[in-house]
Design a protein. Structure first.
Length: 229
């Protein structure tokens, strides 16, 4: 643990260039002017799924059909330039972008958890991409928060079509029975780390599996939340 913290601190203190504009940003992954313009998730939100609310504490969907997860915490809205950074991370291999996302996520995640898991990729997709962007974000976010990362607890056993390519109403069916959990999570509070949440179908299915593995509570730690237009 001491070695991990030294590595994280040294990494954060190295001079960096802003991941948005390229200007010098000192010890942070984004410069001051760009940081002030990032699309942060603010305002009244549903206490469970984090969608904007005009009033109350829960949205109609969460009241009508409560999900398996207890809440979602996210620092950003899925909008430019955060959306572009996530796309570059996932499909362009720009692993340095995970620093900004993980640092912001660690600051935004206020719920106490016992451990975290990264949203798993199917083996074929992991082989093509070469890395799991959720795991890259989770490693640093968990190190900053001092949370144990269960890197091998969960597996994706069905290589389903990408959720982004499907209509919203088909996404829950697409990920049904796509995950397994090999760990005993009895009584644990577990955070699921992911890059983006849109409908919450993928998070909800993994949360269902984690609850069946004994988790007392599951929360979502996501870098960016897609909001209705």
């Amino acid at each position: 643990m001491a070695g991990r913290w030294r590595s994280v601190i040294a990494h954060l203190l190295l001079p960096q260039s802003c991941v948005v504009c390229g200007a010098e940003s000192g010890a942070t992954p984004v410069c001051g002017p760009c940081d002030a313009e990032l699309p942060r998730l603010r305002g009244r939100r549903c206490a469970v799924c984090a969608l904007p609310l005009a009033s109350g504490t829960l949205c109609g969907a969460c009241l009508d059909r409560p999900p398996y997860y207890a809440g979602v915490e996210a620092p950003f809205r899925y909008e430019f330039p955060v959306a572009a950074l996530i796309q570059s991370l996932k499909y362009g291999g720009r692993l340095a972008h995970a620093r900004l996302l993980a640092t912001a996520l660690a600051a935004a995640a206020t719920r106490e958890v016992d451990a975290a898991v990264a949203m798993p990729l199917a083996p074929a997709r992991l082989a093509r991409r070469g890395f799991n962007q959720a795991l890259e974000i989770a490693r640093l976010a968990c190190a900053i928060r001092g949370v144990r990362l269960l890197g091998r607890a969960c597996r994706r056993i069905v290589d389903t079509p990408p959720q982004a390519a499907l209509p919203w109403q088909e996404r829950a069916r697409n990920v049904r029975r796509a995950f397994v959990c090999d760990a005993d999570l009895a009584g644990m509070r577990v955070a699921v780390v992911d890059d983006v949440m849109t409908t919450g179908a993928t998070l909800n299915e993994l949360a269902r599996v984690l609850r069946r593995a004994g988790a007392a509570e599951v929360v979502g730690w996501v870098a960016a939340r897609t909001l209705p237009r």
